[in-house]
Ligand binder design. Structure first.
Ligand code: F6R
Length: 611
């Protein structure tokens, strides 16, 4: 949700900034802008509505030699996408320029105060207030002005600021929105996340909430925003490969990431399964007092969107195999409820980005109330990962396409491992532990087998791309997969879809069924297969078209269904991992068939860091 970047050093600022914006574009893509600075000259600032390539094109005719700069790709919250609302925003004097990710909650009060003092506003954004507020306190030192200004600011921010009249530094500040600094010889890079830094440096500092950074060409200082005291922070080394953030021959990141799933499962499980003992080895949970984990009486899983559906899959696994009662709560709801938590409740937050505002706020609320907090997070070093007591990283690698696919798959795989980990501390037998792990270890090959259905699914997508509505149905472990399938076709292909529990169909949605309302049934040969089959008969009796996802070898549906996609047999609790893949390919190809940019669906942003 908004990508921010900054550069100071010996190189050309614009080159890094544009490259960084391209890599951060998944965070927002309705408008973009850049501002660069050279001592003794006016700041040069260009903004464009649309994608980064529009901004990049518009910079081609001029020379850009400046060594200091900031840039932004926007996902609108306050004010429509337009040049005047695009960042960087600046003050009345054209001295202070800044980019911001987050929301300034008290901007209306600040704006009216500043307007009364004579400041002239140009945009409808909350961000612009910061430029004027810093201007109010600026004499000749940028960090002093920023420290003074931030004392009056309520809300969330990752800020990168430059000043024409204090030109040898960049000041950054963070509260609740992510920011990382990268260091190389004679250069410092700033970005919303580390994917922008790959190939530039592997030495990074993750900024924490309440911190301000003062960065010059060769040095940096981190200060507390609250009391200006110095905070000692040394760079960490991160591991990331350029191929992680490139399309590697695929037309879309979305397809690349779906096809990466077998490797993702290998990475999520590597070194984490002791097959012969039926034990999961999760270093991130071993740091805890194991008695505390053994005594957990209830788990509340908190997440948003797809991650919450992964949580529901986890709920089935944990209840059935680890014997722990589980509830799944949306982050946006939990944070405003009066949750009943005690020391034997664990709150487990699931998040790809590790920055989702609602999930983070819920986590902090749970911490405040004394619950044990755990995480299943993909982005290493993200705020949620750092705020939990313990957790498990997904190791899915950077997910660039806005719609989550490979991260969702890895979330379910990690849930299976956590189930074995917690289950084996309780009543799960060694035999069951071994059986689950043996099946998990086969998953990469089984997903490869599903991916071989690619051409069949692409043909189906062509056949069905013209329909305006879909109903997705699943039961038990695959009920959340019905929700996920419907969400994916909505967000990637802009087709209305509903995801329902199979048994709920007769309680309402069946009224919609006719020949123009296809139903996607997730119906592997499992304990609820016969129930799903009955639901299919009911749809068939109303002339509904059926696409069925079922187990290889099951041919008995041919009289009822219009089309079938087969998945290999696996343990019932793991079927969601296989059933999801065809739904992802289907949504992707329907979107591509409709000529859409399936990597960057309209109105969405990858990391939802605002409420
Ligand atoms: C859907 C999707 C979103 C995210 C949700 C949570 O494809 O990507 O629904 O799952 O915004 O995001 P994270 O997992 O980053 O907390």
């Amino acid at each position: 949700m908004c990508g921010i970047a900054g550069y100071i050093g010996d190189g050309v600022a614009k080159d890094y900034l544009i490259n960084a914006l391209k890599r951060l574009e998944y965070r927002g893509y309705d408008s973009a802008g850049i501002a660069v600075l050279e001592k003794g000259k006016e700041v040069r600032c260009v903004k464009k509505v649309g994608k980064i390539k529009e901004l990049d094109e518009s910079l081609k005719d001029e020379e850009w030699k400046e060594n200091v700069g900031i840039a932004h790709t926007r996902w609108a919250t306050h004010g429509i996408p337009s040049e005047k609302n695009a960042h960087p925003h600046f003050d009345c004097a054209g001295n202070i320029y800044l980019v911001h990710n987050g929301i300034i909650e008290n901007y209306k009060i600040l704006k009216s105060m500043l307007e009364k003092e004579g400041h002239i506003f140009r945009s409808n954004t909350d961000t612009e207030v910061l430029a004027h507020l810093i201007e109010k306190y600026f004499t000749d030192n940028l960090e002093e002005a920023v420290l003074n200004a931030l004392k009056h600011v309520e809300g969330a921010y990752a800020l990168v600021i430059i000043a024409k009249e204090d030109p040898d530094k960049i000041v950054v500040a963070k509260k609740s929105s992510p920011m990382v600094l990268g260091f190389a010889e004679g250069e410092t890079f700033i970005a919303s996340d580390s994917s922008a830094l790959v190939g530039y440096t592997d030495k990074v500092i993750y900024m924490d909430d309440g911190e301000m950074g003062v960065i010059t060409k060769d040095d940096y200082r981190i200060l507390s925003i609250e009391d200006s005291s110095e905070i000692e922070k040394k760079p960490d080394t991160i591991e990331m490969d350029l191929s992680d953030i490139q399309k590697n021959g695929f037309d879309y990141f979305l397809l690349k990431e779906i096809f990466e799933c077998p490797e993702v499962i290998r990475n999520s499980t590597r070194g984490r399964m002791i097959l012969e003992e039926g034990l999961a080895k999760l270093g991130g949970l071993e740091v805890l007092d194991q008695n505390r984990l053994r005594n957990i009486e209830r788990i509340i899983i908190i997440a948003c969107g797809s991650a919450s559906y992964a949580g529901m899959v986890g709920e089935y696994m944990l209840e059935e195999y680890a014997g722990i009662p589980v509830e799944v709560e949306l982050g946006s709801e939990f944070r405003y409820r009066k949750p009943i938590l005690d020391e034997n409740t664990a709150v487990l937050v699931v998040s790809q980005s590790g920055e989702t505002a609602d999930s983070l706020a819920s986590l902090l609320e749970a911490k405040r109330k004394g619950a044990l907090t755990l995480g299943i997070v993909n982005v290493v070093g993200s705020t949620i990962a750092r705020s939990t007591d313990a957790g498990v990283y997904n190791h899915a690698g950077p997910e660039i396409a806005v719609a989550s696919t490979k991260a969702f798959i890895s979330q379910m795989v990690v849930f299976a491992l956590v189930t074995v980990y917690l289950g084996r501390m309780r009543d799960m037998s060694v035999v069951t532990g071994k059986r689950i792990l043996a099946e998990i270890s086969k998953l990469p090959d089984l997903v490869d087998e599903v991916l071989k259905e690619n051409d069949n699914i692409r043909d189906l997508a062509k056949k069905y791309a013209g329909y305006e509505n879909f109903l997705y149905l699943g039961r038990k472990d695959n009920c959340p997969i019905a929700y996920e399938g419907a969400l994916k076709i909505k967000e990637i292909s802009y087709i209305h879809a509903e995801g329902y529990a199979g048994g709920e169909m007769k309680h309402g949605p069946i009224a919609m069924i006719d020949e123009n309302f296809p139903c996607v049934f997730i119906a592997p040969k499992d304990s609820v297969y016969d129930k799903m089959r009955s639901n299919m008969e009911e749809v068939k009796a109303r002339n509904g078209k059926i696409i069925a996802i079922t187990t290889k070898g099951n041919e008995e549906l041919s009289d009822i269904v219009s089309d079938t996609i087969h998945i290999p047999k696996t343990l019932e609790m793991l079927t969601p991992i296989l059933a999801c893949i065809p739904l992802y390919l289907f949504a992707a190809y329907v979107g591509i068939e409709k000529g859409l940019d399936v990597d960057k669906p309209r109105n969405l942003a990858k990391s939802v860091t605002v409420e």
